[in-house]
Design a binder for this molecule. Structure first.
Ligand code: FE2
Length: 1024
């Protein structure tokens, strides 16, 4: 407990002087001309010099944890519930010895940098300021430094001098962090209610350490500042070493408090602003603003010490001055220079001897283009006992941190104990400053322990890296690492913000790709590669003059010529060979294994709006069953494009909203048996069947395909694969820190997703001139189409077995040759097993999952910010309930960003290359009569050469693999440091290999291979 203490200054003043305190109210005469000039000079000096470096005492670093509510606005600093790094320099005003009575001071900075912070504050012990006028200030400072006589004269000149001297002096304190300090200044801001709010700060020590205020005896002669000689400490020493020890071993806490009062007038009265007037605590109680934990001593070196400046105030804050700026009370507002200049004997940390060790540091630079840096790189190591200074990593006559390099450095430093985290600083190197740091490894030669620090990020300034072992937040017991974690998230939440959408999956709040944070952009070669691919097709198309050709194709062969120029893949060839694409069996195969394999669903009962009759299907159904019986038996399926309903079309393009009935023949082939090019059975919507004229039937199938391309491009692919994945990416970056196992697991699966989507928004969906606008019949109305799609979204769609069941396509016996389904389920199980093993390593019970507040916030954001329910609850869970629930969610995410996207992305070149098979848009209205289709009318409906060329070029571009593609199961970035995770990854890779072999064996037995889910062709993330 802090002792109860009484300031007996007035009593002793009266005894000493024989004067009555009550009678001495005024300070005396107003300052004369000379004093006024001195006062002005002092203020000027203040404004010029009250900033810089103070090398006395001890600087500590730590964190301020801000309270949930504060009586003053946050001014961009005191954000509710946030944590900020802070620096505090403690020092004695004049003495080097702690045994001597002295004023103790503290400079506070929000931030951990050499530069001045947004609001640096100076504090001193004592509730009232001893700086009362120029003369006495000088006397006071001299008295403090050289002898008691002048200080005594000063103290006896006025009772308030005596009072403030007694009040502020501390004698023999154990250390600095348990004392109370005041700022004395009155600041103001205007509240929302337009009231002027005045406020003051203080910084107080917590705990049970006595403040060492002057004893009643000492108060009788407070000008005697010398040691009494009774204390235990050596007269040579000071409490610096004790203070150092206390900070590093116990992480003391202090409290930053604020006191406020509202006034209605436009200016604050002098008796409120006057720094020697202490505000009544009953009227203006001190309120907690932030608890401050002090964690490390900063090495007392010029390059490590913070620079403090007391002129800078955040926007919205004013420093209140007295109406009479010639008043001596005004001095306190300009006091800070005195705190820089009035310093006593030398007091440095060098007096403290430390045990030394050597650290071997391995630094691995990335292999992407421009991964290297020319900036000066330094490192500081933070451990359980201490921290090192910043060591510049530099090898003489060598280029450090070149692309792909592994550099090693030795540094000799005080041993820091068990290493907890490191800070990497980048300074200078304006050109080539960015640095892709893969990882750092530190080996303590003394203890023979090594520590891994995965990074795998672009660094542009300073980064704090915790050790690579994954820890759940509730299991992180180290108070410093808890704060490192919070700070990481606070930074990410500032950089990665939601643009919350209600009718679409939300995305990152960023208007253009170029404005994305560096770390969310592509590596440079990807950017170049993409430009190269576009250039390649542009040249090819120019050579063949397709881009300038605005006329129609002559016939199917003419289309094929373009196909041959641009693509020669195995599947593309199989489609066009022998006019295969015209066959009903091929239509069926493409429905199951093509680019949009998720449309088909079982049709169990006749449809009122699609009145297909048994008569229409005479000779088509092959089991001697009626259509209803075939439906019941599970042989009838449906392609329904109703999602296109209500989406406006371009004036010069046509797009129906078709329904297509499919039939599984006894031989297992799936074939189309009836097509209606509208959602109602109105007269104009004829039902087409294979009984129709061959060209009519082919034309009808082509109209289904043009609908399919629209639904695929925007819904199956863009919104379902890309936009849903972006939700996971944004939520993961914002809610899970580097040390979280789920972050480490998911980040390789979210790489470049935000980048590719930002590009897509500009290139594909950027309005007139963008690719979709030019290509598609709904150009310019894509958002409406996406909204229609998202309106149907349900969380269970991401659970692949459930999704197959929901569509009624989960029984291989009923619907054979659905290789997408079979492969997807194999991959789902394999990913599920992998996710399950990872989860088991870190979560031992459902309670572990429930108590993981970072994971729960992540899920909550996915629900509330990312995949917002539109009309009805879309089933997205608000929380993760159990270990098995977490396993399911992780499997869903990894499957969707890898396998699902691969299945609907990498076939675009194969399928879209041949225009008649998949026309991007039609130029004439759908047929309303049978028997009218001719080759000329067919060609007139299909895209012109220029549009088709663009569609083909773009499809090829969209399904190209990158040079640096990382495939499923490959984790070149070792985010996990644990050996157990290496084993789990190896097992995952082995399983994928086995699946790959099975798929390849199967493919050898079928006419057209299904290879989009071959593990070696499935990238880890949605990146194109
Ligand atoms: Fe894609």
């Amino acid at each position: 407990m802090k002792k109860t203490w009484t300031n007996k200054a007035y009593e002793y003043f009266e005894k000493e002087t024989g004067r009555n305190v009550e009678e001495i109210q005024e300070r005396g005469e107003k300052p004369g001309l000379w004093k006024r000039a001195n006062l002005q000079l002092f203020k000027w000096k203040q404004q010029l010099f009250a900033s810089g470096d103070n090398r006395w005492g001890n600087e500590v670093q730590g964190y301020a944890d801000f309270e949930a509510d504060s009586p003053i606005p946050d001014f961009g600093i005191f954000t509710a519930n946030s944590t900020k790094e802070i620096r505090i320099r403690f020092f004695n005003l004049t003495k080097s010895q702690d045994g001597a009575a002295d004023f103790r001071c503290a400079f506070l900075k929000f931030g951990d940098a050499e530069e001045a912070g947004p609001w640096d504050m100076a504090f001193m012990t004592g509730s009232a300021s001893p700086f009362n006028d120029i003369e006495t200030l000088e006397e006071f400072l001299t008295g403090l430094q050289v002898g008691p006589s002048s200080l005594k004269a000063w103290a006896l000149r006025h009772p308030s001098n005596y009072y403030s001297l007694v009040d502020g002096l501390r004698k023999e304190p154990k250390e600095w962090t348990s004392l109370d300090y005041n700022n004395y200044k009155t600041y103001s801001c205007t509240t929302k209610e337009n009231v002027m709010r005045l406020f003051r700060f203080r910084l107080i020590g917590l705990g049970n350490v006595d403040e060492s205020k002057l004893s009643p005896d000492d108060q009788k002669h407070p000008w005697d500042l010398v040691r009494t000689g009774t204390e235990e400490k050596s007269t040579q020493g000071n409490f610096l070493s004790e203070s150092l020890l206390r900070v590093s071993e116990t992480h003391p806490t202090m409290m930053l408090q604020v006191q406020f009062r509202d006034i209605m007038s436009v200016s604050a009265p002098d008796n409120v602003v006057d720094p020697s007037v202490v505000w009544d605590e009953k009227e203006c109680p001190w309120r907690n603003l932030a608890s401050v934990i002090l964690t490390y001593n900063v090495p007392n070196l010029p390059e490590e010490r913070a620079k403090y400046s007391f002129h800078k105030l955040p926007e919205g804050v004013r420093l209140q001055t007295l109406s009479n700026t010639e008043s001596y009370a005004e001095l306190i507002l300009y006091r800070d220079r005195a705190l820089f200049s009035a310093r006593g004997g030398k007091m440095t940390q060098e007096s403290v001897s430390k045990k030394m060790t050597t650290y071997l540091i391995h630094v691995e630079t990335g292999f992407y283009l421009f991964s290297g840096t020319n900036a000066t790189v330094s490192i500081a190591i933070f451990g359980s006992k201490d921290r090192t200074k910043r060591h510049v990593l530099d090898k003489s006559f060598q280029n450090d941190f070149e692309r792909g390099s592994k550099d090693a450095y030795y540094i000799t430093a005080p041993t820091v104990g068990e290493v907890k985290f490191i800070k990497i600083y980048l300074v200078g190197g304006s050109i080539g400053r960015e640095w892709y740091l893969r990882s750092v490894m530190i080996f303590d030669l003394e203890s023979r322990i090594s520590y891994d620090f995965p990074c795998f990020q672009w660094i542009t300034s300073t980064i704090t890296l915790p050790r690579g072992n994954a820890v759940l937040p509730q299991k992180e017991t180290d108070p410093v690492l808890q704060r490192v974690r919070r700070m990481w998230l606070a930074h990410e939440q500032m950089v990665v913000r939601w643009k919350t959408q209600t009718c679409l999956p939300s995305n990152i709040d960023c208007s253009a790709y170029k404005d994305l944070p560096r770390d969310l952009k592509y590596a440079t070669e990807r950017e170049w590669e993409k430009k190269e691919i576009i250039g390649f097709y542009a040249i090819k198309l120019k050579i063949h003059r397709f881009l300038t050709a605005l006329e129609s194709f002559d016939d199917f062969e003419d289309f094929k010529a373009l196909t041959d120029v641009l693509c020669q893949s195995e599947v593309a060839k199989a489609i066009t060979a022998n006019e295969n694409w015209k066959r009903d069996e091929e239509f069926g195969r493409m429905t199951l294994d093509g680019i949009n394999p998720v449309i088909i669903k079982r049709c169990q009962a006749p449809l009122d709006n699609f009145p297909v009759t048994n008569d229409m299907l005479q000779g088509i159904l092959q089991r001697n069953l009626s259509l209803e019986q075939e439906m019941e038996a599970g042989h009838i399926y449906l392609l329904d494009y109703k999602v296109l309903k209500g989406v406006p079309r371009r004036n010069d393009r046509y797009l129906p909203t078709p329904l297509c009935m499919m039939y599984v023949r006894p031989d297992g082939a799936l074939v189309p048996i009836a097509i209606q090019l509208g959602q109602s059975s109105e007269e104009s919507n004829l039902i087409w069947t294979p009984h129709d004229d061959e060209l009519d039937w082919l034309f009808a199938k082509t109209w289904v395909k043009t609908a399919d391309i629209h639904v695929h491009a925007l819904n199956t692919h863009y919104y379902r694969a890309h936009r849903v994945s972006e939700v996971f990416a944004v939520a993961t970056f914002r809610n899970l820190p580097l040390a979280h196992p789920v972050f480490k697991l998911l980040v390789p699966h979210l790489k470049y997703t935000i980048a590719v989507n930002a590009t897509a928004l500009e290139v594909l969906l950027g309005g007139a001139g963008s690719v979709f606008y030019k290509m598609l019949a709904i150009g310019g109305h894509e958002v409406k189409m996406l909204e229609n799609g998202y309106n149907e979204f349900h969380w269970d769609l991401l659970n692949i077995p459930k999704e197959f069941a929901m569509r009624g396509v989960d029984e291989p016996a009923l619907l054979p040759n659905y290789h997408y389904r079979d492969d997807a389920l194999s991959m789902w199980n394999c990913i599920g097993e992998f996710a399950s093993k990872v989860v088991n390593l870190y979560y031992s019970s459902d309670t572990d999952v429930k108590k993981d507040h970072e994971l729960q916030s992540w899920m909550r954001e996915i629900k509330e910010k990312g995949l917002v329910s539109w009309n009805e609850d879309n089933g997205v869970p608000r929380s993760v309930e159990s270990v098995s629930h977490l396993k399911e969610i992780l499997t869903m995410i990894i499957f969707n960003v890898s396998c699902y996207h691969a299945a609907v992305n990498f076939g675009q070149g194969d399928y879209y290359i041949f225009g008649p098979n998949y026309p991007s848009a039609m130029r004439t209205p759908p047929p309303t009569k049978k028997g009218n289709t001719t080759m000329a009318s067919f060609m007139a409906a299909l895209p012109v050469k220029a549009d088709q060329a663009l569609a083909v070029a773009f499809a090829n571009y969209l399904c190209s693999y990158s040079e640096d593609e990382v495939y499923l199961g490959e984790y070149p970035d070792a985010y996990f440091a644990e050996e157990a995770m290496r084993r789990v990854k190896d097992e995952f890779q082995q399983s994928l290999k086995r699946i790959s072999e099975l798929m390849k064996t199967r493919n050898r037995k079928i006419d057209v291979p299904y290879y989009y889910l071959l593990p070696e062709r499935v990238p880890n993330s949605v990146a194109v």
